[in-house]
Design a protein around this ligand. Structure first.
Ligand code: NAD
Length: 283
């Protein structure tokens, strides 16, 4: 079997057309969706992500502003900035780029963001809403993956989904979203004994770990759907995922590449969340 490639760029483009229509409708009623991105310090990877997010906003006529703060800013200084953005009516989405310097408590910062502007979906109120079936913001990466699976008409109800990774931003919310779609969900993580024994049972595998080629063809069953969230660098510095793409392609039914799979969807869902917030705030 040779897997079909799930093209994140194509699906993302399809979703962005819908987002663009919503932006136009909002603009016609006098509302421009606005996103504030807060970047603390000089982390090169963070700067790249922030710039990609801003470019996407610009391309789709969403107002975005970048607030750059010095690495040495105090925790209170950052919290004050977040509060200022909470009170700014031109801003519908607030994103504080992680990681933050070690002297700042990330949890405190996330919990200071107004949940109604928390377009990253990291606030405990939004995490709770996801868990209890309420209408909140869903973290962009798992949100993008679920949209991808639906776009590809992959049967979720009754499917066994194995998620490798249990972070608050990817693994855990991914499981909640799949549960909502009636999948049977198994979580694996760093303390899981015999990872392959679990992943081999999976109809759908979501690899969100950050270890290059952790998932090989020995980890998957014939006909599985393999979603690779990982963003790692190979020896030449090229972007690669958590999955041995070549090996798994020979066995899987469908697979996402890195780059060009989950990554483009993540940014698109940030735009979707910002527009959703603007719609809610303009009611
Ligand atoms: P994280 O470091 O917060 O979590 C990693 C998880 O992997 C942990 O839950 C840990 O228990 C688990 N783990 C570690 N070693 C393991 C092992 N040997 N076997 C099984 N599980 C193991 O990472 P994260 O923020 O969830 O991100 C995971 C990966 O996804 C990273 O490569 C990150 O860069 C990438 N990522 C990509 C996007 C995107 O848009 N494509 C978005 C977010 C994260």
């Amino acid at each position: 079997m040779s897997a079909s490639i799930i093209d994140g760029k194509k699906i993302s483009q399809h979703m962005r057309e819908k987002i663009e229509n919503k932006v136009m409708t909002l603009k016609n009623s006098g509302v421009t969706p606005g996103l504030a991105v807060v970047l603390v310090g000089d982390n090169q990877a963070s700067k790249t992500y922030v710039s990609m997010k801003q470019k996407a906003c610009e391309k789709h006529s969403i107002y975005s502003t970048l607030i750059r703060l010095d690495e040495e800013i105090s925790e209170q200084g950052l919290l004050d900035k977040v509060i200022e953005l909470n009170n700014d009516s031109a801003i519908h989405g607030i994103l504080v780029q992680l990681p933050l310097p070690s002297h700042i408590d990330e949890t405190k910062v996330i919990e200071t963001i107004d949940p109604s502007k928390d377009v990253d979906g990291f606030h405990p109120i939004n995490a709770g809403r996801l868990m209890t079936g309420g209408d909140g913001f869903v973290p962009c990466t798992p949100y993008g993956i679920i949209e991808m699976l639906k776009y590809e008409n992959i049967e979720l109800a009754g499917a066994h989904a194995v998620i490798v990774g249990r972070s608050n931003i990817v693994g855990k919310p991914m499981g909640q979203l799949l549960l909502k779609e009636h999948a049977t969900v198994t979580y694996c993580h760093s303390k899981t004994k015999d990872l392959a024994c679990h992943t081999k049972q999976a109809d759908i595998i979501i690899a969100a770990v950050g270890i290059r080629e952790l998932i090989t063809k020995e980890h998957i069953k014939e006909g599985a759907v393999v979603i690779d969230v990982g963003m790692n660098r190979d020896d030449e510095g090229k972007l690669c995922g958590d999955v041995d793409f070549q090996g798994c392609s020979s066995k899987a039914q469908a697979i996402t590449p890195v780059p060009g799979g989950v990554g483009p969807m993540t940014i698109t869902m940030l735009l979707a969340n910002t527009v959703k917030s603007a719609e809610k705030h303009s009611l």
